[in-house]
Design a protein around this ligand. Sequence first.
Ligand code: SF4
Ligand code: SF4
Length: 73
Amino acid sequence: MAKITVEQERCKGCGICIAFCPKKVIQLSKNLNPKGFFPAELINEKECTGCAICALMCPDVAIEVYRQEREKK
Ligand code: SF4
Ligand code: SF4
């Protein structure tokens, strides 16, 4: 279980994170952000692996990745 958040104000809608996401779970929002760009958003939390490639590739450091620790048995 993992998810990302995109800081809407930082994102310039370049689409690099979308191009590099191996799971193809990011898309551009249909809503403009305050800068006049369509920001990226996560569309399928279940499929996100938390690999953080999107965050590494984002030139504007707009993405944070959250991973849930596996429960120890
Ligand atoms: S963490 Fe990985 S799987 Fe999740 S959105 Fe980013 S690139 Fe895609
Ligand atoms: S790579 Fe960064 S700036 Fe570009 S669309 Fe993705 S979150 Fe936005």
